[in-house]
Design a binder for this molecule. Structure first.
Ligand SMILES: Nc1ncnc2c1ncn2[C@@H]1O[C@H](COP(=O)(O)OP(=O)(O)OP(=O)(O)O)[C@@H](O)[C@H]1O
Ligand SMILES: [Mg+2]
Length: 488
């Protein structure tokens, strides 16, 4: 199977979402519901309407919406309280607050609580249409991002290993080049970085793929049984040796022997392993006969074997014999660019397996995934995504499900701001501070419909400081401005 490192294949452009996004409108005035329903249905939404906060929450729990438009003043609940409840119990649902009272304070409060927009009634219909269309496009883009990323990841997959980063592509290409020739290989890397996958990849692309792949996990063998496990024993070799036993070396004859966690091997057995590797011969316990074995040995360790050698816990000669070729699997935190691709594939697999219509992450969830420490590396990421998908009822996995999936040690998200656009992920993670500030100011201004005073409040700076920054970033013309009021 030729490896396609560094060649990005053209990917099919995903189709728009099969289902229309769901909008929930909550207002105690039926004419408002009617107007919004008509407009949103034309704009590509399925629409559900409710006349009270209690009914809205019941409906949302039954079927989480992608977007909720909430009236600020209703008889049974204040819109801000309803916004709070929705953000807590359905965090994947965007919220737009509507009010007949254009008070800056409640607009600011709404944005701080996580509202996406703030619309005043009577509606400016052009603006309402634009807001709905922006949100629908964004929902589609989010789903497409995951679909595209998983397509790309799948196309660059190497024997079940995913990784788009340059380091992982280099690892794949190294395995591809070495596998037909190497007789002994050492794979090192932290737990969960894919050492076993890499060992299997070696076997698969080498010349021995039709022959056995035999694994022995050195951390799971009782010290006294090591020799017999590796080399076998003859009947009666020791108490309890009722039958003769074939060791893993012999069992792997012609194929690959995977010595997992080789750093756990007791010193006494290390010398015997070295002899077997040097001479290509093994001796069953209790036998005088040497048997020739032809195996490729792939050893893996998550320990620093050089340090173990220095500390006298691992034989230097065995280390150098194993270390002829070393493949290092970098920890996930050193190749964060792989995270979106891994999560996209894991999410799509889980969604398909669980028959759930999940197709993306909220921006806050993405930041959380991107910024986590991932001490358990890809294994931990896979488990977290799987658990989060189990907890998700709607179409997007939000930070709430991730927090549930991480458990109590959830890392703090790198930024508390709600970036509305998933395209910003790269900007946020790698861009200079200046660019992040510029993008953030633009985003906040967009959220408050260009209202400078409201934006300054959300950003926690004075209005004058905001104007200074707009000038510095040359945003004075580009930044959104409040739409002229329409009387209707
Ligand atoms: N590059 C990758 N692409 C896809 N899945 C991966 C990748 N790396 C690891 N995984 C997945 O993560 C999990 C752990 O992988 P694996 O068992 O190979 O890690 P390991 O390095 O051997 O871990 P340990 O040291 O704990 O034994 C598996 O479910 C594996 O499928
Ligand atoms: Mg392993």
């Amino acid at each position: 199977m030729p490896h396609r490192a560094a060649i990005i294949m053209p990917v099919p452009v995903p189709k728009p979402l099969a289902a229309r996004p769901l909008l929930l409108v909550v207002d105690d005035e039926p004419p408002v519901l009617k107007v919004v329903e008509r407009l949103a249905a034309k704009g590509g939404f399925d629409v559900v309407t409710c006349t009270s906060g209690a009914e809205a929450m019941r409906t949302l729990r039954r079927k989480p919406a992608d977007l909720a438009m909430v009236d600020l003043r209703m008889p049974d609940i204040n819109g801000l309280d309803l916004l709070r409840q929705i953000r807590t119990s359905v965090p994947g649902c965007e919220v737009i607050l509507m009010t007949a009272y254009g008070a800056v304070d409640s607009a600011v409060e709404a944005i701080k609580l996580g509202a996406r927009e703030y619309l005043t009634k009577p509606f400016d219909f052009d603006r309402l249409r634009r807001v709905l269309s922006d949100i629908r496009l964004e929902l589609e883009r989010r789903a497409q991002v995951v679909a595209l990323e998983s397509e790309v990841a799948r196309q660059l997959e190497f024997c079940g290993m995913l990784g788009r980063s340059a380091v992982m592509q280099e690892v794949f290409s190294l395995i591809q080049r070495l596998a037909p020739h190497a007789k002994v290989v050492l794979i090192s890397g932290e737990t969960g970085t894919g050492k076993e996958l890499a060992a299997r990849a070696f076997h698969h692309v080498g010349t021995r793929r039709a022959r056995p792949f035999v694994t022995i996990n050195c951390s799971a063998v009782v010290d006294t049984l090591f020799e017999s496990e590796l080399f076998g024993h003859v009947r009666g070799a020791f108490t309890g040796a009722i039958e003769a036993k074939v060791g893993v070396f012999e069992a792997a004859h012609g194929g690959t022997l995977f010595l997992d966690e080789v750093g756990e091997l007791p010193l006494s057995v290390q010398a015997k392993l070295l002899r077997a590797l040097e001479h290509g011969e093994v001796q069953r316990v209790g036998s005088l006969q040497q048997k020739r074995v032809d195996v490729t040995v792939v050893a893996a360790t998550n320990r620093d074997l050089r340090g173990e050698v220095a500390a006298g816990r691992f034989r230097g000669d065995l280390f150098y014999r194993l270390n002829v070729v070393e493949v290092i699997l970098p920890p996930l935190r050193d190749r964060r660019e792989d995270i979106p691709y891994l999560t996209a594939v894991f999410m799509r697999d889980c969604a398909a397996r669980m028959h759930k219509p999940i197709h993306g992450f909220t921006p806050a969830a993405e930041r959380l995934l991107f910024g986590a420490r991932w001490e358990g590396n890809v294994r931990e990421l896979k488990n977290v995504v799987e658990r989060a998908c189990m907890l998700t009822d709607g179409s997007l996995v939000s930070e709430r499900e991730l927090v549930g999936a991480f458990g109590p040690d959830t890392p703090a998200p790198p930024s508390r701001a709600r970036a509305a656009d998933v395209q910003q992920r790269n900007v946020e993670s790698t861009a200079p501070l200046d660019e992040i500030e510029r993008a953030h100011i633009l985003e906040v201004l967009r959220q408050v419909s260009g209202n400078r005073m409201a934006a300054a409040k959300v950003l926690g700076i004075s209005r004058r400081a905001l104007y200074r920054r707009l000038e510095r970033h040359q945003l004075s013309d580009e930044a959104p401005r409040p739409a002229p009021r329409r009387i209707s």
